[in-house]
Design a protein. Structure first.
Length: 294
């Protein structure tokens, strides 16, 4: 985010940073110097142990500067009654400020979480007892649950989320959302003492999960009003047909083309009962040019 801020201020590569950015950089350096080493095990669980059950929890969140998602795998042993949680896959993306509204960014965070979910299902040979996507945005969750017609940007992403099979979308408060950390940024000291490493305290106990009850918000307050009527637009292309099937490209001289056309009209006028054709054969070449080749 520091680099993004400097870029938005059009700072040159070799120019000095502004005073406030220099102070931020010094704080980052100080954090790194005071940081302690943290080791993380790469072993998740014994996949051959049939008594183990697995749950996949993915948290999504967004701020005005970035959106993020982080995945955890919970290993539950039905035999020994123990459980543990592993941080398995975090990802964040920085965006240009004021490009999208916060609800739309929250929806993009859920899209990121959904794609992480699909990737982990393909990458790890595990069968998940439950798969949950968590978000602290009632607005984004309402879009997923509603049956109303949504604006194109929102509808396209909602449709993508709805194609994911065997997944629950649940709500939690922001203080319990570990994805809030990468979406807003944190110092190494704060990160060390946060819920980032193993998720919320209740993650291993379904009975302690937040109550997933909230009303679907009225879209008139969260999106632009749109009509429920569908408009069908049809484009009609008129095709030109040469009069009497006389193809003008076959004639090198314009007057010759007019004489041939006049002769055709004169011939048809003698045998037609139409008064219009009977009179057309006497009209001068200028009128023919305007009528058929203008």
């Amino acid at each position: 985010m520091l680099f993004q801020t400097a870029q938005l201020r059009n700072s040159e590569w070799e120019s000095h940073l502004d005073d406030d950015l220099q102070q931020q950089w010094r704080r980052i350096q100080s954090d790194f110097q005071a940081a302690t080493t943290r080791e993380m095990t790469r072993f998740i669980a014994d996949v051959d142990n049939e008594t183990n059950e697995y749950e996949l929890h993915i948290f999504a969140d967004a701020s005005a500067r970035a959106y993020a998602a982080v995945a955890y795998i919970c290993v539950l042993s039905s035999a020994s009654k123990w459980s543990e949680t592993h941080l398995i896959f975090p990802k964040s993306r920085i965006i240009k400020p004021d490009l999208l509204t916060i609800p739309k960014l929250e929806l993009l965070a859920l899209i990121l979480a959904g794609r992480i979910l699909c990737f982990l299902r393909d990458a790890l040979p595990l069968t998940y007892k439950k798969t949950i996507l968590w978000s602290d945005s009632k607005c984004a969750l309402s879009w997923i649950k509603t049956h109303k017609i949504l604006p194109t940007f929102i509808q396209r992403h909602v449709d993508e989320l709805r194609t994911i099979e065997d997944v629950q979308f649940r709500y939690l408060v922001t203080t319990d959302n570990p994805a809030d950390i990468p979406s807003r940024g944190a110092s190494l000291k704060d990160l060390e003492q946060s819920i980032w490493w193993s998720g919320p305290l209740w993650i291993n106990s379904e009975s302690d999960w937040p109550v997933n009850e909230f009303k679907i918000l009225d879209e008139i307050h969260i999106i632009d009003p749109i009509s429920s009527e569908k408009t069908l637009m049809i484009a009609i292309q008129r095709q030109y047909h040469a009069p009497f099937d006389i193809v003008s490209e076959r004639y090198n001289y314009y007057l010759k083309l007019l004489r041939v056309t006049a002769a055709a009209i004169s011939f048809l006028g003698k045998f037609s009962i139409s008064n219009e054709l009977q009179t057309l054969w006497v009209i001068d070449a200028h009128f023919l040019a305007r009528s058929f080749f203008g």
